[in-house]
Design a protein around this ligand. Sequence first.
Ligand code: C2E
Ligand code: MG
Ligand code: MG
Length: 582
Amino acid sequence: MRAGVGGKSVLREDAGKGKGDQPALTERESMFQTTMEAAQVGIFVLQDRRFKYVNPYLTRLFGYSAEEMIEHMGPLDVVAPELHAFIDEQMQARLSGVSGHYYEISAIRKDGSAFPAMIYGAPASFDGRPASVGTLLDISAQKAAENRIRELADYDVLTGLPNRRLLRERSVLLLAAAERDKSEIAVIFLDLDHFKRVNDSLGHSVGDELLVEVARRLDTVVRRIDTVARLGGDEFIFAMPGFHTAAAAEVARRLIDVFARPFEVAGHELTITPSLGISIYPHDGQDLETLLKNADTAMYRAKEIGRNTFQFYATEMNTATLDRLLMESNLRRALAQGEFILQYQPLVNLRTGLVIGVEALIRWQHPELGTIMPDNFIHVAEETGLINPIGDWVLCEACRQAKAWCDEGLPALVVAVNVAPVQFRQPGFVEMVAGALAASGLEAGLLELELTERTVMHDADINLGTLSALHRMGVELSLDDFGTGYSSLAYLKRFPVGKLKIDRSFVNDLETDPDDWAIASTIVSMGRSLRMTVLAEGVETAEQLAQLRKMGCDMAQGYYFSRPTSAAGIAEILRQQPFVDR
Ligand code: C2E
Ligand code: MG
Ligand code: MG
């Protein structure tokens, strides 16, 4: 089409108007008009963002008449709304004389239906002013053929599930992503028990129908990012990114539950059970073939121990998961039954000797086991995602308590709350914090969130957004356990963090270990130069305190001042201030 356009349009305005009392067409013009009308491709001329000419093929394609389109409509009226910005850009480019490429769009007919089209536009001039000429091809048939080919190549014909080829293709991407994110992938091998008996007794077509039903049910258990593939026969594979041991065991259990109800196939009620084997990347293999082989081995062990069950490839995981699951359901119950409590540990300003804040520390009061410390359950809560509801509770409870102290007429205290990495990254975390403040009525400046370097550095750019949003709200931010992670100065400067907490491992041996002394004093001077407050954790002795003061450390926390204590205990301490040198 380009050849006919040149720099100048061959179409005169009257040529587009069709019938009427226009002057007779020259032979050359009528030849072009006949060509336009016979063309089996949509042709249009645009000026001022409106159609100046559309050929009959184009009007048929869209279901509008030429009268409706010419002068009254423009490209934006016939493409999907999400393409408007792009089409605008294209029209602008044509106006400034830039030739187009072929590009695909979703075109919209008069009846609202859509079809895929290929467009090519070229700059032209019309009545001495810039215009453009374009062609449009309906590529529905081509698209449908492409999709069908892809389907045949990638999907199992019987069940419509991805086949081995697509599984392999997706696993390349999954494995690369897991390697990058240092995350895990669970590969589950599911094989039906005694499926051959169905085929042998009821025939292959019943067997096939059963497989289709099984596939349909299995597909409902997984998330959209998981792949369920059929390897052929009665073997199904699940590739689940981001799945650690406990979560994989949970899914395996749900997959087995899928078979609890009988399947209705061709008038028969068929009961069938599965055996499952699980391998975990990177623990049990670095590539798909190894992971499949090991999941297969584990599946055979599941058959050996009586079928209708699952086994991990790594045997130690079979027992470890049990403990974990026990713990997980326990944790869930603990949250529901209100078995968590918070204790508070004073944060002391070393210049004034006054308690100016407290750190909220969670404890689990187990009905049988007594008090369980956070180091024993926070990691399970993190791995299972339970940290989100638990963390939400901590935040709300800490805010409520801080407001209660204010209302009691005690000096204003900042309450510092530990935030786990998963919790910080959950969508809506900022809103969650805002909600906790609003519900309690606590001033944002009295809430401090303690994050670790690892939390902040992971996906630093994304986190910067969350941190800035919190900072704008007026919430204080501090880096916990500082010195044990990356301690990257360059990054620190970018984040709106106001406080560094020197990890207690450096404070422990301050008097005896010159390295620890050097690290602590470096953190203090580094914090100063960045105008951050530096707090030393785990201060237990007067000697440690004296050293820290010499370094110019701003704040401290530790058993020397007070162990974590109840809210009432904190109120008592506040009444006895200052007590730094008591
Ligand atoms: P952390 O944030 O570094 O908290 C300070 C820990 O040091 C607390 O242990 C505290 O009791 C302890 N500690 C304070 N002063 C001294 C001292 O002078 N000597 C010694 N040896 N230890 C001292 P705790 O309460 O067992 O908490 C351990 C960790 O559990 C916390 O470390 C924090 O990372 C995590 N954690 C506690 N509560 C929560 C919570 O609500 N959410 C989350 N995500 N994590 C929490
Ligand atoms: Mg902390
Ligand atoms: Mg700490």
